[in-house]
Design a protein around this ligand. Structure first.
Ligand SMILES: Nc1ncnc2c1ncn2[C@@H]1O[C@H](COP(=O)(O)OP(=O)(O)OP(=O)(O)O)[C@@H](O)[C@H]1O
Ligand SMILES: [Mg+2]
Length: 238
């Protein structure tokens, strides 16, 4: 599946009666990379969970490759090409690394698993270990690798660098960039490492209390220290 464009129109969603995503609209061209930033609790994870069909939607459209998937259950969205790597790493604890990756392959041939090992040599070393025996960083790699193996046309990455060593972060961001550049995937990234996110993305949205408080290019945000401090609460980019 080639990368799909994403168009979100007036999306509101939440948990039970509570709305935590309010009137969000944005679009991402096929193969582009969007960074979703914001302080803790501002709705980044909830936005991704809503796109993946895991919250209660109140209104709005989610057009993936032109088709509105907003009313579809999450399994249908996954079949339509939406890959979601949640912030809580979802590895199967009782399966080995290799078995976890096989689940991610879907209908692809078994040897495609080497793509994941190429990206994460550490997983190859640990391929016979159980999911429950991995370190936090290794679980993060496994969760990400499993999603990518399914060749989604839209990939949602929620803090994929959390718990990973700096050298691995750089490699991983380069690998994500390559995935987008090949035109295979449209990528949305939530990341607390703001500079890494800005280096990666070609556009940015910043959330505040479930709404889009700012949107523009990484260059425009980098050059606007007042906005960075107000919406991201940091004295400078890091
Ligand atoms: N399962 C849930 N049920 C009820 N409320 C929730 C649930 N998950 C998140 N919330 C609330 O929704 C709001 C947005 O949370 P969310 O996890 O989307 O923020 P976030 O921007 O991803 O934060 P962080 O940077 O800490 O990961 C918060 O007020 C949070 O308390
Ligand atoms: Mg979050």
């Amino acid at each position: 599946m080639p990368a799909a464009p994403l168009e979100v129109v007036n999306l509101s969603a939440g948990y039970g009666p509570t709305r935590v995503i309010e009137g969000i609209s944005f679009s991402v061209p096929a193969g582009a990379r969007l960074a979703v930033l914001g302080r803790n609790g501002m709705g980044k994870t909830s936005l991704f969970a809503t796109l993946a069909g895991q919250t209660r939607r109140f209104e709005g459209e989610i057009r993936l490759g032109g088709r509105d998937i907003a009313k579809e259950p999450s399994a249908t969205r996954a079949r339509a090409g939406l890959g979601y790597v949640p912030q809580t790493r979802d590895v199967f604890p009782t399966l080995t690394v290799e078995e976890n990756l096989l689940v991610g392959l879907k209908d692809r041939p078994k040897d495609a698993i080497e793509e994941a090992y190429g990206m994460f040599p550490r997983l190859k070393e640990r391929r016979r270990n159980l999911g429950s025996q991995l370190s936090g960083g290794e679980q993060q790699m496994l969760s990400t690798a499993r999603s990518i193996l399914g060749k989604p046309n839209l990939l949602l990455l929620d803090e994929p660098l959390e718990g990973l060593a700096p050298v691995i972060c750089e490699e991983l961001m380069a690998a994500f960039g390559a995935l987008a550049t090949t035109g295979d995937m449209t990528i949305l990234l939530v990341e607390q490492r703001i500079q890494s996110a800005l280096d990666f993305a070609d556009s940015v949205i910043v959330l505040e209390r479930g709404r889009i408080a700012w949107q523009g290019t990484p260059q425009a945000l980098s050059g606007d220290q007042a906005t960075v401090e107000r919406l991201l609460g940091v004295g400078g980019l890091h």
